[in-house]
Design a protein around this ligand. Structure first.
Ligand code: FES
Length: 56
């Protein structure tokens, strides 16, 4: 599922980046570019980040 339409980033890409050590929204923004344009995806990205962190 696409989370960030501006950058074409999916929930799976976000999960993979979190597994690779991007443990904050800022780090995800740096590594993927998610939430770096309109910002509408920031809250969903944060939810996915929190969920993924609970799994690891
Ligand atoms: Fe992610 Fe616009 S949808 S920055």
């Amino acid at each position: 599922m696409y989370v960030c339409l501006c950058k074409g980033i999916t929930d799976r890409q976000i999960q993979a980046a979190v597994h690779d050590g991007a443990h904050s929204l800022g780090k995800l923004r740096k590594s993927l570019g998610v939430a770096s344009q309109c910002g509408k995806c920031a809250s969903l990205t944060r939810d996915i980040l929190d969920e993924t962190l609970q799994e690891i």
